[in-house]
Each structure stands twice: as structure tokens, then as C-alpha cells.
Design a protein around this ligand. Structure first.
Ligand SMILES: Nc1ncnc2c1ncn2[C@@H]1O[C@H](COP(=O)(O)OP(=O)(O)OP(=O)(O)O)[C@@H](O)[C@H]1O
Length: 446
């Protein structure tokens, strides 16, 4: 095919082969029947043999075609299997097609991680839910549509707004931020629209407002839920008409601004209780991006911790990392995680974050205390309620700690970890699943 002058698509050639073969088979049986009738022979047994031969030739042709088609796929799968993470992905697949499905899914997922890392180097996220958000950002960024970013405090709304700006067609134009919580009462209009000299007592010179500063660029209104109602009405006019006057001025100023707003408040509820204007809400809610809280994307914890550690040139021990991954609440989201790593980095003596450097609420749940104590070399604490953990719980905790230690030593390579523990790889894999350990977190390149 590569060297021939003409290229025929498989979509044409394969149906043609089968159609041609069917025509040939029909002609030969027809001819055979005619021959038998002409020579007074019984066509039954001859036709039976002919059908057997036709079927055998048909099967061989089918086999060759399937082999030609699947050869590059199986070559690819074989090469992909030499990559360690893909080996893990196909572990529980029973038949080859299911196995290939697993491998392809894993490859697609990894390619999308690579793409997101390239497009959004500052946003660290590997969870599916965040990757969906990032692909939404990729779509909306180059448009001029207003974006409303909703999410709890510390989820990364500002980071997302900045990424939208960076990926937008206005990325060489101004990016002006306004934190609505930080604007003092009475200064709203001057802050947004600017003022003329002498507009009010203290207006000693002309001030350019945020709308004007953001002209031809992007205006990011953080914490929009904290904007007072009377300012919302004025804001609505700018959103609709892209026009306003400076305080104390008479001239209308036209601006070309893209708006991005963010809030951690439930604007719909605020509309219901008349604390936020419905018309403004609809104007802002053109494209809505929901940033999930960290507790709903625990897959991101390991990569985030490793990222924050890299920034501070320190490391995190796998047990400490596992404890961070096990924590289920994270009310302060990524900011809280970042602060914990920062604090632990300051406290660590040898540039490795150990469980003892983590706050009480992180090491104080589940089997974490057992691991924390064992890693710190102290005796196990029975807990506040004076009821020591059961033997089964303790054994399970020890098993878990040993697996984590082996994964740490083997840098997440499960064959090696299984060797260290002197168990079969399959058994290790089952135990990893049972204890809900994120084996990927131990890989060096994480
Ligand atoms: N996915 C992420 N990758 C890397 N850093 C992140 C990520 N998400 C958040 N951060 C970091 O967490 C901190 C808080 O993020 P950010 O200020 O964007 O959150 P926010 O939702 O705007 O918070 P708030 O509502 O309190 O203003 C920042 O230092 C930011 O760099």
C-alpha cells in the first residue's frame, strides 16, 4: 500500500473482496449444478464438497483480513504493555478485546492529562472531574462570552479565571482584577467607573476606573456575590450597553470588555431572597464553570502535594502523603492543602514531610494514628475513648503500612513491591485495592 501509486481504502476493498467471493461462490455452485445435470450426476454430494471448500477458503480469507487489520493494533498494545502503568490498567481484563479496551482508555486518559498539563501548566489536576472542567475552559476561553465561575473558597477560581484570560484572544490586553469584598462601602462607583477631579470631597485628581482600565481586555470580578444591590444595577447597565460615565463626569465612555466573575456564594438562592439581582445573574450566567471542592476530587491530592513540595524543594513521605489523601473534609480546599504543605515544610528537619509534621486533624482519623506513631517510632496510642482498636483493625493497619512502605521503596513499581513483600503481584494488587491505596502516588514522576 505504501509503495503503490494508488491507495484504496479498506472500507472499499474489504466489502469488495467479500462481495467478489460471494459472486464467485454462487457462479461456481451454479456451474457445478449445471455440469451435474448435463452429465446425469447427483449434484448433492458434489455441492456439499464444494460448500465445504468455499467455507474453508472464506474462513482463511477472513482470518487473513482480520490478521492484517489487527496486526498494527496488537503491535501497539504489545509496545504499550511494556509501559508500567498500562500493565496495571489491564490487570483485571479477561479477554483480549476487554484488555485492549482498558489499555486504550488508559492511553486516552494519559494523553488528555498530557494535553491539560501543556495547556494549563499552572492548574494541577488529574481527576476526571477537573479534566472535564479544563476541557470546558479550553472551549470557552477563546470566545468573548461572559463566564461565571462558581466554587467553594480555595478551589482555584482565581487560577481558573487567569487561565481563561491566558488562553483567550485578549491575552495581550489588560487583565484587571477586582475583589468585591475588598471595596469599601461608598467607593464602589469610583472604583468601577472612576471619577473626575473634584467629583466629591477628596477627589483631588481624575481616577480611571476598572472598566476603563480593562478596556479591550478582561475584567475579573472576584466574589461578585458581595457586590451591593445598588452597584449591581449599575453593573448591569455596563454589561448590557458597555457604556458608563465617570463619577462627576458627563461624557459616556464606551468600553470593550470581557467579563469573568467568580463567587463562592449560591447566587440562585441570593436571587430568591432578593440579595442578588436576577437580571444581573442571567447576564453573568452565560457560561457557568463549577469548580468542584477538593473532597470530590481526591485523585488530585497526590499531584497537588507533589507540586507544592517541588516548589519548596522538599519531599513527602508516602505515609504522610497517604494520610493527606485519606482526609475527607478539606473545608479550605486546595488553599488549605497548600498551607499544610507549607507549614510541614517549615517544620521538617530533613526536607521530608513526615506524618508528625501534619496537623492533628489529618493524622487523627481512621488508621492514620497507628501509621503516624509507627513512622515516628513511638508506641501506639489507644485513642481518647479508651477502646483500643480490634486485633483485626490493627493487623489490617500493619498490612497497609507494610504495603505503603514497599511501594515507597519500589517507587510504585508493583512487581518490585510484591518481591519485597514476598507475595504474588496479583495478591499485592488485590490488597492495594482492598486498602484503597493510590499506588500511582508513589511513582517518581508524579
Ligand atoms: N488546581 C490547582 N493547582 C495548583 N494550585 C492551585 C490549584 N487550585 C488552587 N490552587 C492554589 O490554591 C490557592 C487558592 O486558589 P484561588 O485563590 O484561585 O482559589 P479561589 O477559589 O479563588 O479562593 P477564594 O474563593 O477564597 O478567593 C492559590 O494559591 C492557588 O494557586
Amino acid at each position: 500500500m505504501k509503495t503503490s501509486r494508488y491507495h484504496v481504502s479498506f472500507y472499499i476493498i474489504i466489502p469488495l473482496i467479500f462481495a467478489g467471493y460471494a459472486v464467485l461462490a454462487s457462479i461456481s455452485t451454479y456451474r457445478l449444478t449445471q455440469y451435474c445435470l448435463k452429465h446425469d450426476l447427483d449434484p448433492g454430494s458434489l455441492l456439499l464438497w464444494a460448500l465445504i471448500v468455499i467455507s474453508i477458503i472464506g474462513s482463511v480469507c477472513g482470518l487473513i483480513i482480520v490478521w492484517i487489520l489487527l496486526k498494527p493494533v496488537s503491535n501497539f498494545i504489545r509496545n504499550a504493555q511494556s509501559v508500567m502503568p498500562l500493565k496495571e490498567a489491564e490487570e483485571d481484563a479477561k479477554d483480549p478485546i476487554e484488555k485492549w479496551g482498558h489499555v486504550f482508555n488508559e492511553i486516552t486518559s494519559r494523553l488528555s492529562i498530557v494535553e491539560t498539563k501543556e495547556l494549563f501548566p499552572e492548574i494541577i489536576a488529574e481527576s476526571e472531574i477537573m479534566r472535564a472542567v479544563l476541557s470546558q475552559i479550553k472551549k470557552v476561553a477563546p470566545t468573548d462570552s461572559t463566564v461565571l465561575i462558581i466554587g467553594e473558597s480555595g478551589t482555584g477560581k482565581e487560577l481558573v479565571a487567569t487561565s481563561i484570560y491566558k488562553q483567550s484572544l485578549r491575552n495581550d490586553k489588560p487583565f484587571i482584577k477586582l475583589n468585591c469584598v475588598a471595596v469599601p462601602d461608598g467607593l464602589w462607583e469610583s472604583e468601577l467607573f472612576g471619577h473626575e477631579k473634584g467629583a466629591f470631597t477628596g477627589a483631588t485628581s481624575r481616577k480611571i476606573g476598572r472598566f476603563e482600565l480593562a478596556n479591550s481586555g478582561t475584567l475579573f470580578l472576584d466574589e461578585i456575590g458581595d457586590m451591593p444591590l445598588e452597584t449591581q444595577a449599575k453593573m448591569l447597565r455596563v454589561l448590557q450597553e458597555r457604556e458608563f460615565e465617570r463619577v462627576g463626569g458627563t461624557r459616556s465612555i464606551k468600553v470593550d470588555v470581557r467579563f469573568i466573575a467568580a463567587t463562592n456564594k449560591d447566587l440562585k438562592k441570593m436571587v430568591e431572597v432578593k440579595k442578588f439581582r436576577e437580571d444581573l445573574f442571567f447576564r453573568l450566567n452565560v457560561i457557568r464553570l463549577d469548580i468542584p471542592p477538593l473532597r470530590d476530587r481526591r485523585d488530585d491530592i497526590a499531584v497537588l502535594v507533589n507540586h507544592f513540595c517541588r516548589q519548596r524543594e522538599i519531599e513527602v513521605s508516602p505515609i504522610a502523603l497517604q494520610m493527606l489523601m485519606e482526609n475527607s473534609s478539606w473545608p479550605g480546599n486546595v488553599r488549605e492543602l497548600q498551607n499544610i504543605v507549607e507549614r510541614a515544610a517549615v517544620m521538617s528537619e530533613n526536607d521530608i514531610i513526615e506524618p508528625r509534621h501534619l496537623p492533628e486533624n489529618i493524622i487523627g482519623s481512621g488508621i492514620a494514628p497507628l501509621l503516624a506513631v509507627s513512622s515516628a517510632g513511638e508506641s501506639p496510642d489507644a485513642g481518647d475513648d479508651n477502646s483500643p482498636p480490634s486485633l483485626d483493625d490493627q493487623l489490617s493497619g500493619i498490612e497497609r503500612a507494610m504495603i505503603i512502605e514497599a511501594l515507597r521503596k519500589s517507587e510504585g513499581v508493583q512487581v518490585k513491591a510484591a518481591g519485597l513483600l514476598r507475595i504474588k503481584q496479583r495478591s499485592l494488587w488485590h490488597r492495594i485495592k482492598k486498602h484503597n491505596i493510590n499506588a500511582k502516588a508513589f511513582k517518581k514522576n508524579n
